[in-house]
Design a binder for this molecule. Structure first.
Ligand SMILES: [Zn+2]
Ligand SMILES: [Zn+2]
Length: 180
């Protein structure tokens, strides 16, 4: 697979002021250009009114409608996501379709009853974005708790890790991207 660019599809993010910083960091880490599509409506079909959450895996298919060959597509949603056997998910990705989605819902400090912290919010977004893009490239979870591919079960796990790959995962990324 030859990768050409990372495409970000925002869903009802409105005036989202962090596009440039996120693009710069993702371009630095993956050495691929990053483009943002215009904001799109949340797909009502993914909404579960009993749980008041959206089904994460729905977006993996939904995003195929904006994907061209060689794209890695990342959806970003402001609402809470779930999978049937899980209370919530921070994000989900498929190495088959090279699509991924992350939720910002639980990345705000205010979700945990704390004052909002913009820098922390941006760092958390980057960690979840890099993690899910790593999965689209076929990377599994990493046992190193500071590696971005470490599994996050809670925001504490997310805060403990960095938004960078450990050397072993980075090698896998370079291999998957054909960047040597
Ligand atoms: Zn994961
Ligand atoms: Zn790692």
């Amino acid at each position: 697979m030859k990768y050409k660019k990372i495409v970000i599809q925002p869903y009802q993010l409105g005036n989202f002021p962090y596009k440039d910083i996120i693009s710069r960091k993702l371009e630095e880490i993956f050495q691929l250009p990053v483009i943002w599509l215009p904001d799109r409506e949340m797909p009502y079909a993914a909404f579960n009114p009993e749980r008041n959450q959206f089904l994460g895996s729905y977006f993996l298919k939904d995003l195929l409608s904006v994907k061209s060959e060689g794209d890695i597509v990342l959806g970003i949603v402001p609402y809470d996501l779930y999978e049937p056997d899980l209370n919530f998910i921070f994000g989900v990705a498929s190495p088959v379709t090279q699509t991924a989605v992350i939720s910002l819902y639980r990345l705000h400090n205010t979700f945990y009853g704390l004052p909002e912290d913009q820098n922390l919010f941006i760092e958390r977004i980057l960690k979840e974005a890099v993690h899910e893009i790593g999965h689209t490239l076929g990377l599994p979870h990493c046992p190193n708790p500071t590696c971005v591919m470490h599994f996050s079960n809670s925001i504490e796990d997310t805060d403990r890790k960095s938004y960078y790959f450990c050397p072993s995962c980075y090698q896998k990324v370079k291999m998957a991207l054909g960047q040597f």
